[in-house]
Design a protein around this ligand. Structure first.
Ligand code: GLU
Ligand code: ASP
Length: 505
């Protein structure tokens, strides 16, 4: 994804140009990602409910089993981030980031339109395919472009990424309120069509904003395919599609009614295998020297702990969504007011806490300057908090059993603790991925970071199926404990890890 034209022209964008002294291009990318995430998290806020809801007079659901619905949501999330590897490659070698983003946006929009049509499971499969391809083309390249707005030494870079991260979460915050409310209390398909409209807004902001605010960035591929490579890659691409389609048909032929479950299992293996192959390729590459190999070695424990972190975080739209609908009191009386809660609203707690806590965390880092804890320590603490957030969720079951309903405030507490953890892992992990990358693989690192999320959800597709009200306490306890233990291990190995990482903190 490294792009020559991007690096050479970025200098002119280092002058203060827009709000907060940031390059104007940041706000084009901010609003593009705001609307794209609005559509994605809007769809995610209602997806699991749509999958397992039974059709009522007003609102058609697919009526799948809850376990299968949760597994589909997970594997879908895995594929969305897995495809960023392909999206990054297309930008870098074929189309340039800008065109890739635009085509991706159209794919995503069509994907949401497909779900807006009440056509059951076939529409779902079409939608998932389009959104997986589209998000892979858009998301890593938008994030990458943010980096290209600044020179490597520009001190506004980190703040720029923080502002961008708030944009992501602002979109994710609005989504459950709009798409969630309409989808759940009125009609799922109308909800999905609002997601499509959000994506149209993203396309609009990107199309008109990019010409005005960064006309030269991302126009050409940084490392375009040479003549003979074109034929080779075209053949590899066609062969890969044929093999994939053949495998899917084969799974269909041998599975009968277990087709969806077997497809999920197959895709889980793929999403787990891809990062393994990636690491092997980087370690084996002649272009990686021994110092870089050390850094890569240090990246492995971070990558593995990121998988555990994302596994818990991403269960918000499967396990936590189901828990919210089935186990919380949806008609509480708070401060004398009789309220009715749409369970999809619980999804707004994650982005809300991110937005509230980000300025606090940024202030703390700015105050500490060089006395900031190292990345390993931040990750360690982040994982302990994330694991603890799940262990807290054992409490309602332990206190009053798992068959009744309890207060939604448990979720507020869980998200508050978990998001404090997220801020120690997610932005830090993105930044350290760029710093630990061997030079020959620089351009693929954002994709690498998204792979940790992909793999986590591939694992989730398997484990969420164990969640139900009988296993609730054990489920939260075991998964939470894994998070806490991984966090403690990171704190224990901080010294050798810091040594391996060399100058990277
Ligand atoms: N929740 C963030 C987003 O949607 C983070 C995703 C990730 O880094 O895996 O952009
Ligand atoms: N915190 C997530 C992210 O940074 C958003 C969410 O899960 O709603 O985008």
């Amino acid at each position: 994804m490294e792009n020559n034209s991007q690096t050479t022209t970025s200098e002119e964008f280092t002058r203060p140009q827009g709000a907060f002294g940031q390059p104007k291009g940041l706000f084009t990318l901010f609003f593009t990602e705001f609307w794209e995430r609005f559509s994605y998290y809007g769809m995610r806020a209602i997806l699991v409910y749509y999958l397992y809801a039974l059709t009522t007079a007003h609102n058609p659901g697919l009526g799948l089993a809850k376990t299968q619905a949760m597994a589909i949501v997970s594997i879908y999330g895995a594929l969305v981030y897995l495809s960023s590897v392909v999206g990054g490659w297309i930008a870098d070698r074929l189309l340039g980031a800008s065109r890739t983003i635009m085509i991706g946006a159209v794919f995503i929009m069509c994907g949401h339109i497909a779900l807006a049509i009440p056509a059951g499971l076939p529409a779902l499969f079409v939608s998932i395919t389009l959104i997986v391809i589209g998000t892979g083309m858009l998301k890593p390249n938008v994030s990458n472009m943010v980096g290209h707005l600044y020179s490597k030494t520009d001190s506004r870079r980190d703040t720029g990424f923080n502002i961008f991260y708030v944009g992501i979460n602002a979109g994710a915050l609005l989504a459950p309120i709009v798409v969630g409310t309409v989808g759940q209390s009125y009609n799922y398909h109308v909800g999905f069509s609002l997601a499509a409209i959000g994506m149209l807004a993203a396309l609009f902001f990107y199309y008109f904003g990019r010409m005005r605010t960064f006309p030269d960035i991302g126009r050409e591929p940084g490392n375009p395919l040479k003549g003979n490579e074109r034929t080779r890659f075209a053949l590899i691409f066609i062969a890969a599609i044929i093999v994939l389609v053949a495998i899917i048909f084969w799974i269909h032929a041998v599975s009968g009614s277990a087709f969806i479950d077997n497809l999920i299992n197959f895709l889980s293996y793929v999403a787990i295998a891809v990062p393994v192959l990636y690491f092997i390729r980087m370690f084996a590459s002649k272009e990686v020297d021994s110092l870089e190999r050390n850094k890569l070695g240090a990246y492995i424990p971070l990558f593995l702990s990121a998988i555990v972190f994302w596994a818990i975080e991403e269960q918000s739209s499967s396990v936590i969504a189901v828990w919210g609908e089935t186990r919380t009191n949806l008609h509480p009386i708070w401060l004398g007011l009789h309220l009715t809660i749409d369970p999809s609203w619980y999804q707004l707690l994650n982005p809300l806490f991110i937005i509230v806590l980000t300025p606090i965390v940024v202030r703390i880092w700015n105050k500490l300057v060089d006395r900031q804890p190292s990345t390993i320590v931040k990750f360690g603490l982040g994982l302990i908090l994330t694991g603890a957030s799940y262990m807290i969720m054992m409490a309602p079951g332990l206190i009053s059993g798992t068959s009744g309903r309890t207060s939604a405030l448990w979720l507020v507490l869980m998200f508050a603790v978990q998001m404090s953890g997220e801020l120690l892992v997610s932005p830090v992990g993105l930044s350290v991925s760029t710093k630990l990358a061997p030079r020959a693989f620089q351009s693929q690192l954002i994709a690498m970071w998204f792979l940790s999320d992909a793999t986590s959800q591939a694992i989730n597709a398997q484990i969420v199926q164990f969640f139900n009200k009988h296993t609730e306490i054990a489920f939260f306890g075991i998964v939470g404990l894994v998070g806490v233990i991984v966090g403690i291990i990171l704190l224990f190995i901080k010294n050798p890890m810091n040594k391996l990482m060399g100058d990277v903190r």
